[in-house]
Ligand binder design. Structure first.
Ligand code: SF4
Length: 220
């Protein structure tokens, strides 16, 4: 397991927040006025679909289902059809339908405990972290393959295949978002991974992290 020094975490946070202030993307779910419903639903879509596509799709979805209440009244097959344009087919449509049904029974309220939230349909580790970040205002990481890629390139690779169970990556992700600007650093990592530290052909030549980046210093 790699040793990660606090000074490297601080450098990473500082550089990324600075980069985000100038280059961060603007999306509807990042507006200050975005409701918890919009934030959680957007993350459900973002798990499988590019952010730009979700941004184009979201207004029509919210017009049809503006809250958990309306979503709880949705027809399952119709919901599956509505989700088809963003590549969320039958299974995920059904799971979103089930989540809305479970919340309907709870009068639109999420449970208070993490393990109870995680047990709801659709709420795996990633969406539960989003719930903690947005609804409970905790410092939780939106740890998916994109965040994992940037963290591993900069700090060093994980050992386990499944990011949900890798203790090094899990601990690292929580350390990185442990700042007063937890939401912003999460968004900064997503944007930086999409625009600079891309999966294919990362733009190391313009990267403000390169000085301390493990991947760059081993391969650059
Ligand atoms: Fe990614 Fe290259 Fe920057 Fe390292 S130097 S973080 S690999 S873009």
């Amino acid at each position: 397991m790699h040793i990660v020094y606090e000074s490297d975490i601080e450098f990473f946070q500082k550089m990324l927040l600075h980069w985000y202030a100038e280059n961060g993307r603007s999306f509807p779910w990042r507006n200050k006025s975005a409701s918890n419903y919009v934030l959680i639903i957007s993350e459900v879509f973002l798990q499988r679909t590019k952010a730009e596509t979700v941004a184009r799709f979201l207004p029509s979805f919210l017009k049809k289902y503006p809250s958990w209440k309306q979503l709880g009244e949705a027809n399952e097959e119709e919901l599956q059809e509505v989700l088809r344009p963003i590549g969320l087919y039958k299974q995920r449509g059904t799971r979103l339908y089930q989540l809305a049904q479970e919340l309907k029974k709870k009068k639109g309220r999420f449970p208070k405990k993490r393990n109870q939230v995680e047990d709801l349909a659709m709420m795996g580790q990633y969406i539960t972290n989003a719930f903690e970040l947005y609804v409970l205002k905790k410092k939780a990481p939106l740890l998916d393959v994109n965040m994992a890629r940037l963290l591993e390139r900069f700090f060093g690779e994980r050992k386990m295949a499944d990011i949900r169970h890798d203790p090094y990556l899990q601990t690292l992700a929580y350390r990185v978002v442990d700042t007063e600007k937890s939401r912003e650093i999460n968004w900064a990592i997503l944007d930086f991974g999409a625009l600079v530290c891309r999966k294919i052909a990362p733009k190391c030549y313009i990267c403000s992290l390169s000085k301390k980046c493990k991947y760059y210093n081993q391969n650059g």
